[in-house]
Design a binder for this molecule. Structure first.
Ligand code: ADP
Ligand code: MG
Length: 648
């Protein structure tokens, strides 16, 4: 059955993306060539790989190549490959819709940002095939999948619809004809003129030099003929000769000697292969021989993808075996928390002929993965030590991923702890590593203090912070959701345990001179045992315990978490994640030096069963909740109680 010509609508998201391309929000339009070349190269990789088990797919043609044909007469640029090609359904699937899950999120984000000129955003995102519409008013794609009898012709002006029909095509692969916009075929600026052979060959050098298949283009030259001795015949007429040249050097960068590769070459290689507009923050190129043999080039991208922390993990490591591409996005090679690393591994130990599933389980690959992890962590450690500014850039992008690693990956805890940075009470500008914190600890301080909250202001307002501040004790601030879980998982660092300011005994008397005049907290607690018990009874079911506090200075009360189980701030985070069943045990602490303590004492002595005493207890609890950033359980009755008191 042959398919008649049909006109179809693009999927809604595709339309949006196309519109953006047509109105060319991306100033760097030349990247369309890189995108199309990279698709052609991927398609050749595919047919080459599949032909290992099914040689018929090659149809006797294994001279893989990509061909560029600029044509001034028709104002077209044609890009052909003899790769895998696409079937009818694949064209509909791959070209008519956006399969990538990140795309929708990307479009949302772009709308939110409200600026269509946001090159940062779009640059982060491989715009792929659609980038053709940045330079072309219409695009024709003719393709035949390897092993199929007939081909497919697809055409669109980028206006929301495309046509598709079956057609004849002799050779396997894909041909894309760009009908260039006027500005891109008659521009005075050679750099914007994509009919110019010179421009095209420069662009290939810049972005696609490493592509392993020849990218060819014909050049015609006019020359006077030569005589039998090879001398130019001056008075003869010029004759035109056409030569086909390969534009790229085809040397995979990673096979070259490290010392001979400039940073710029690495950067261009990275940008071309991973479709990033920005140079990477760091490059790690290693050649390893011994138990396993491999070459790897790893990159730390300068920015995390905008949806990095929302989406499913994808690791960006490509696998090659002796320069032959095996697979993209190899999972399991690096732990989840290092999934931001991009790059490639080329190893002769990997077998081309086994399935991807088996390959991923291979012990060689596991060993390579372990080595890569080690070298990434080593690079980060030395960056932290030698180039703090750069490390902080890194941390800003990927710190959260490392912290998640501490929390979720038991085996990585120790390896990651020295790489962590936290804001602290020490300085509003600088972050501190745990080593830096420990180095500043005064004698007598036995634990590492931390406080969790929404932001610096929220944490510094906590009543529990006041006394610590007075004593000049440095406190780590935990603002990210994952922080407290990570600290909890670590338990200690260099034999110093972590101590929440909202939990347990703060051991403040160990720090500096305890006040000799002031009676110890235990004494006060003993003296006021019946008061404490009475308050506890009034608040039963709400708090697990009422205590005399040693951590408060000017506030009358505070709420702290029980010594075991989750904390109040963790409870809030879990509730936001719909895990509301996890509750922290609440302890109400009273400040014995606050005048309210005296008032309560009097009231309890004179009228322990009065309504006033009960109201006071409820109010105490309500305000303690408020200070923790939690709503009183019944805001209306809380407000009524306050009003009643004010009216007195
Ligand atoms: P990506 O390359 O990131 O998948 P693109 O928009 O560049 O996204 O391409 C979309 C899909 O279209 C590719 O994944 C591939 O399946 C198909 N495709 C594009 N160009 C070619 C080509 N020259 N040969 C075969 N398939 C292609
Ligand atoms: Mg692509």
């Amino acid at each position: 059955m042959t398919q008649e010509k049909q006109t179809r609508e693009f999927q809604a998201e595709t339309k949006q993306l196309l519109e953006m391309m047509v109105h060319s929000i991306y100033t760097n339009r030349e990247i369309f060539l890189r995108e199309l070349i990279s698709n052609a190269s991927d398609a050749i990789d595919k047919v080459r790989f599949q032909s290992l088990t099914n040689p018929d797919l090659l149809e006797g043609n294994s001279d893989f190549e990509i061909y560029l044909l600029p044509d001034e007469k028709t104002n077209t640029l044609t890009i052909s490959d003899n790769g895998m090609g696409m079937t009818y359904d694949e064209v509909v699937e791959n070209i008519g819709t956006i399969a990538k899950s990140g795309t929708k999120a990307f479009l949302e984000k772009l709308k939110e940002a409200g600026s269509v000129g946001d090159t940062e955003l779009i640059g982060q995102f491989g715009v792929g095939f659609y980038s053709a519409f940045m330079v072309a008013k219409s695009v024709t794609l003719i393709t035949r999948a390897a092993g199929q009898a007939s081909g497919v012709r697809w055409e669109s002006t980028g206006d929301g619809t495309y046509s598709i029909e079956e057609c004849e095509k002799d050779s396997r692969g894909t041909t894309i004809i760009l009908h260039l916009n006027e500005e891109h075929h008659s521009s005075e600026h050679p750099a914007e003129n994509f009919i110019e052979r010179r421009t095209l060959s420069d662009l290939i050098k810049k972005y696609s030099d490493y592509i392993r298949y020849p990218i060819k283009m014909s050049f015609s030259e006019k020359e006077k003929p030569r005589d039998a001795e090879g001398k130019i015949i001056e008075d003869a007429e010029e004759i035109e000769t056409t030569t086909v040249r390969t534009l790229n050097s085809m040397t995979p960068l990673w096979t070259r000697n490290k010392n001979e590769i400039s940073r710029e070459e690495y950067d261009n290689f990275y940008k071309g292969m991973f479709q990033d507009w920005e140079a990477p923050l760091e490059v790690i190129h290693s050649k390893v021989e011994g138990m396993v043999e491999y070459t790897s080039v790893l990159f730390l991208p300068a920015h995390a993808p905008f949806d990095f922390y929302q989406r499913e993990s994808t690791s960006g490591i490509r696998l090659y075996c002796k320069n032959v591409f095996i697979m993209d996005n190899c999972q399991d090679l690096l732990p989840e928390h290092l999934r931001f690393v991009r790059g490639l591994v080329d190893s002769p130990d990997l077998s081309l002929n086994i399935s991807r599933e088996l390959l991923q389980q291979s012990s060689q690959l596991k060993k390579i993965g372990k080595n890569l992890e080690k070298s990434i962590l080593k690079t980060l450690e030395s960056m932290l030590e030698k180039d703090r500014a750069k490390y902080e850039l890194f941390w800003k992008e990927y710190g959260k991923a490392l912290k998640s690693g501490v929390y979720s990956d038991f085996s990585s805890r120790e390896k990651l702890q020295a790489l962590l940075l936290f804001p602290t009470s020490h300085s509003t500008e600088n972050l501190a590593s745990l080593d830096e914190y420990i180095a500043r600890m005064p004698e007598g301080q036995k634990v590492i203090y931390y406080a969790a909250g929404k932001d610096r202001a929220a944490v510094e307002r906590l009543p529990q912070m006041e006394l610590l501040r007075d004593k000049g004790v440095e406190v780590l601030y935990l603002f990210d959701r994952v922080d407290e879980f990570a600290i909890d998982a670590l338990r200690e660092y260099k034999e110093k345990t972590f101590q929440s300011v909202s939990r347990g005994d703060l051991n403040l008397d160990d720090l500096g001179s305890p006040d000799a005049e002031k009676p110890a907290t235990e004494e006060i607690a003993k003296e006021n045992e019946s008061l404490i018990k009475a308050i506890q009874e009034k608040l039963s079911g709400k708090v697990a315990e009422v205590r005399v506090s040693s951590r408060l200075k000017s506030s009358a009360v505070c709420l702290v978490s029980g010594d075991s189980g989750i904390s109040l701030s963790m409870e809030q985070i879990l509730a936001e994640m719909n895990q509301g069943m996890f509750k922290a045990s609440r302890i109400l602490e009273l400040n014995p030096t606050h005048e309210l303590f005296g008032t309560l004492k009097n009231l309890h002595e004179t009228a322990p069963d009065s309504e006033s005493f009960k109201d006071y207890c409820d109010l105490l609890y309500g305000q303690a909740l408020l200070m923790e950033g939690l709503a009183p359980e019944d805001p209306v009755s809380f407000a009524n109680l306050v009003a009643k008191l004010m009216a007195k």
